[in-house]
Design a protein around this ligand. Structure first.
Ligand SMILES: NC(=O)C1=CN([C@@H]2O[C@H](COP(=O)(O)OP(=O)(O)OC[C@H]3O[C@@H](n4cnc5c(N)ncnc54)[C@H](OP(=O)(O)O)[C@@H]3O)[C@@H](O)[C@H]2O)[C@@H](O)CC1
Ligand SMILES: Nc1ncnc2c1ncn2[C@@H]1O[C@H](COP(=O)(O)OP(=O)(O)O)[C@@H](O)[C@H]1O
Ligand SMILES: [K+]
Length: 462
């Protein structure tokens, strides 16, 4: 499991760890990790030209010490000091190693820019000197130290100007900004350097599942199981006007994880469903329902009926308008930003600017698990625990992909996962299946569903 901690938690853990090691140890660990990441990126040190953008705090200190390591490896290192104060010991180390201090100027030629302007002590936004320095170095790959300067570290928001990094090298643990958009988008790839913080960190409120976590949560068929013990998932989606929504919800549900899929909806859609998925049967008892995609006016009665069964429910698309009915129930609400905007009465732009805060607010308001779809989908449970999905590809932003996800989460609920696990595992599989199907090329929603069995097999293979 990948975990993200708050700045306060990191500071407390850092203080506890520092009491056990000689002074300066942590900064040295951070600086060596950073220097190694830069060497990897550049394919070596000798003759490479490295620009350090240095702010007033320890983040700048990390950059200066890493610059010293790089200078000793033969790189030509120049530091631009963007503040009246600087980490003096770091600067002395850089100078001793042969690095120099320069002045911001246009048309500079460097192989990499190291952003040591601010890290976890920074306020969002950039000050003038930093903006000008970044403009002068535009077009050069950027490695951010700990966080891209200017982002809001704990919320993942980017309310002001900020660095756009190609690589972010962080220390000890991830922070929210490394996982949650829009800040995560500014991080580029993220490297975590171990500085020994782990034993001092509390449990994290924000997590991102990894393949081994997903594999451990998938239930394999019992040797003596039968289709009913494996779970039955029911779909109430699709209509005369939107038959595809029913078909795609069924396609997601029919990934093979549950023992049976039932379709309970329009006769006309049932015929299409049977033609595409002959194994799907009609209404009956289920262990989980998926309700709402392409249901139009039928969404409300369908949701009421599903809730009357007292089994977990995925509340999708048209049914989200009636999400109040599911308050406090075993439910997964699956809005995209536009749908959540209508549910909360908040502008879509505000939701996209702070998906973490809004997914949490919605989970508390509806007392249910909320899966807020996006590039990095956010799954929140009441009380603040969150899982962020980092699998996926921009090709997944295609019509009907959400229907496949709803069906898949329903199948996972039917196998017995609780709503938080079902939603986060389903979202992880959905993104990974899209990547597998896409191979960096275009896909349609049905391709994502079709890739699920192979993906699941690759995870569960002994
Ligand atoms: N924790 C750990 O385990 C480890 C942490 N380590 C490292 O320490 C870093 C944290 O260092 P830090 O605490 O010195 O804060 P940092 O981010 O350098 O900035 C604070 C300074 O910036 C200023 N400032 C604020 N906003 C600004 C802005 N927008 N633009 C410009 N300036 C701004 C602010 O001053 P003021 O606002 O008062 O002007 C203050 O002086 C951390 O990210 C990691 O790299 C590792 O070495 C080892 C392990
Ligand atoms: N930029 C993106 N990168 C990766 N995945 C995305 C991106 N934008 C959207 N998605 C994913 O694509 C899917 C779209 O679902 P949704 O908006 O419900 O579409 P539809 O209603 O047509 O089914 C969601 O799973 C969402 O997380
Ligand atoms: K930084």
């Amino acid at each position: 499991m990948l975990r993200a901690h708050t700045v306060e938690e990191v500071r407390a853990a850092e203080a506890a760890l520092m009491a056990t090691v000689p002074e300066g140890t942590l900064m040295q660990r951070a600086a060596y990790g950073l220097a190694n990441a830069v060497l990897d990126l550049l394919g070596g040190g000798y003759g490479r030209r490295v620009l350090l953008l240095v702010g007033p705090g320890h983040n700048g200190g990390d950059a200066l010490y890493a610059g010293a390591v790089l200078a000793r490896r033969g790189a030509l290192v120049e530091a631009w000091l963007l503040s009246t104060t600087v980490h003096e010991a770091g600067l002395a180390a850089l100078r001793t190693a042969g690095g120099r201090v320069g002045t911001p100027r246009a048309a500079v030629r460097f192989d990499v820019v190291v952003d040591g302007i601010v890290g976890i002590g920074g306020r969002p936004g950039l000050r003038d000197g930093a903006v000008e320095a970044l403009a002068a170095a535009a077009g050069i790959p950027v490695v951010a130290v700990d966080t891209p300067s200017g982002v809001d570290v704990d919320s993942g928001a980017t309310p002001g100007e900020h660095v756009e990094a190609d690589l972010t090298v962080t220390f000890g643990t991830h922070k929210a900004c490394h996982l949650l958009d829009p800040a995560a988008l500014a991080c580029g790839a993220v490297d975590l350097v171990d500085i020994g913080l782990d034993p001092f960190l509390p449990p994290a409120a924000i997590e991102a599942l990894q393949p081994e976590d997903v594999a451990a949560m998938l239930s394999l068929p019992d040797p003596d199981g039968h289709k009913y013990t494996r779970g039955v998932v029911g779909i109430r989606a699709g209509s005369d006007a939107y038959p595809g929504a029913g078909l795609l919800s069924v396609a997601g549900a029919a990934c093979g994880l549950a023992g049976m899929v039932r379709y309970d909806g329009d006769e006309s859609v049932l015929d299409l469903v049977r033609a595409a998925h002959p194994e799907v049967v009609g209404p009956g008892r289920v262990q989980a329902w998926v309700v709402g995609s392409g249901s139009a006016a039928a969404a409300e009665p369908a949701l009421r009926d599903a809730l009357a069964d007292d089994v977990p429910v995925v509340v999708d698309a048209d049914a989200l308008a009636f999400a109040d009915l599911a308050r406090g129930r075993d439910a997964v609400l699956t809005p995209h930003a536009g749908e959540l905007s209508r549910m909360l009465g908040v502008d879509r732009e505000e939701i996209e600017a702070e998906p973490l805060a809004h997914a949490r607010a919605a989970a508390d308001r509806y007392d249910a698990v909320v899966l807020l779809k996006g590039r990095h989908t956010v799954v929140a449970r009441p009380g603040g625990r969150v899982r962020v999905t980092t699998t996926g590809t921009p090709w997944l932003a295609t019509a009907g992909a959400g229907d496949v996800l709803g069906g898949l989460v329903g199948a996972l609920l039917a196998t017995g996962l609780d709503p938080f696990d079902a939603a986060s595992v389903g979202s992880w599989l959905h993104g990974a299946a899209a990547t597998l199907a896409s191979q960096d090329g275009p896909i349609v929603a049905g391709d994502v569903a079709a890739a699920l069995p192979d993906l699941i097999a690759s995870l569960t293979a002994p």
